[in-house]
Design a protein around this ligand. Structure first.
Ligand code: AMP
Ligand code: MG
Length: 336
């Protein structure tokens, strides 16, 4: 199949809409990561999503909308917590999980009685969704297990020849996948940390919102179930920004004949060694996370990442839990 590369003009947007309604897959930008969109009401189209990505069938997709009213067509019970989130955080980098209506089939939700719904803030994403005129199911537009794409060029890398089209938009502002907030249980809980923090949601909803998986716990994290976001070369993670420890680890790897790289907050502290900046705060780290992973894996053969996210450090911010979660998964929980 020859993949079309489309732009944000009237002609290409209406073509993108036609392709979606004809059951084709389209890569499209959002503020979090690029998505791989299909008509959520077309079971055959949704089936292709799993095949093209090599995604396990028990990993559900998110249904994307362009108008808040669509929530009421898709979810069976929009409770008060959901109404508050819809009012204050949507559109934005958040996904809410609610009991589903019959319109959305089990293939989208991996057989679950609940459905995940997201309204992107990105105008490009919403232009596409409006042109599609149907709810669009989408996972991230990477091959399963690879770091999520945050530019259209990375979508091309993974999806060229496999899907009908890619909408070439801006690089993603947030850079990590949306916060997934489950509102289908008695108490709201974050299933996947993202740029909207559990702390913020606790304040907004007036109830403690926990995070299902403590990202530092090896046992609980779904990263054990599915290898996620992994670069092609081995990676370890250090959590204290301990210069001596990082330098010693690097020197050891170099002595073993590796060409390692330090991926740290301040590369200038590691003069003479390969070192790359992770970003000045958690939000900058999130924005560049997957793109840097994909760059480093082509230039080095061992990644030594450091992310110190304690209170009152530079990496203490709304996106810090999300960044930590992705780093933990990328290194396969290999903490040094
Ligand atoms: P992706 O954005 O590619 O990582 O895929 C969507 C993610 O959304 C899934 O891996 C789940 O973590 C989450 N998700 C989607 N639907 C549901 C659901 N019905 N219940 C719980 N989590 C969901
Ligand atoms: Mg994904």
């Amino acid at each position: 199949m020859i993949t079309k590369y489309l732009h944000f003009n009237e002609h290409d947007l209406s073509l993108a809409g036609e392709l979606i309604r004809a059951g084709e897959l389209i890569g499209f930008p959002t503020e979090t990561v690029y998505g791989l969109g299909a008509n959520a009401l077309d079971e055959d189209a949704v089936k292709k999503t799993y095949a093209v990505k090599g995604r396990p069938a028990d990993n559900p997709l998110i249904v994307h909308i362009y108008d808040k009213s669509q929530v009421y067509d898709i979810a069976a019970d929009v409770n008060d917590y959901a109404k508050t989130v819809i009012e204050h955080v949507m559109p934005g980098p958040i996904t809410i999980v609610l009991p589903k209506q019959g319109l959305i089939k089990g293939i989208v939700t991996a057989g679950l009685p609940s459905v995940a719904i997201r309204m992107p803030e990105s105008t490009e994403a919403r232009q596409f969704l409006r042109a599609a005129a149907v709810p669009v199911s989408a996972p991230s537009a990477n091959l399963s297990g690879r770091p999520s794409p945050t530019t259209w060029q990375r979508v091309r890398e993974d999806m060229d020849g496999r899907i009908a089209a890619v909408l070439c938009g801006a690089p993603c502002r947030v850079g990590i996948e949306s916060t997934v907030l489950d509102l289908s249980r008695t108490e709201p809980i974050v299933l996947r940390p993202g740029a909207v923090s559990a702390e913020y949601l606790s304040e907004l909803l007036g109830i403690h919102v926990g995070v299902l998986t403590d990202p530092t716990s090896k046992v609980n994290s779904p990263g054990i179930r599915y290898k996620h976001y992994a670069p092609k070369v081995p990676m370890v993670l250090e959590l204290d920004d301990d210069r001596d420890k990082l330098s010693a680890y690097y020197d050891q790897k170099a002595a073993e004949g590796c060409n390692p790289v330090l991926w740290v907050q301040n590369p200038l502290r590691f003069g003479g060694r390969n070192a790359v900046g992770m970003g000045i705060n958690a939000e900058a780290a999130a924005a560049n996370l997957f793109e840097t992973m994909r760059k480093l894996e082509t230039q080095y053969d061992f990644i030594i990442a450091s992310f110190c996210w304690r209170k009152n450090t530079l990496y203490d911010g709304p996106a810090s839990q999300g960044v930590l979660d992705r780093l933990m998964r990328a290194c396969g929980h290999n903490i040094i």
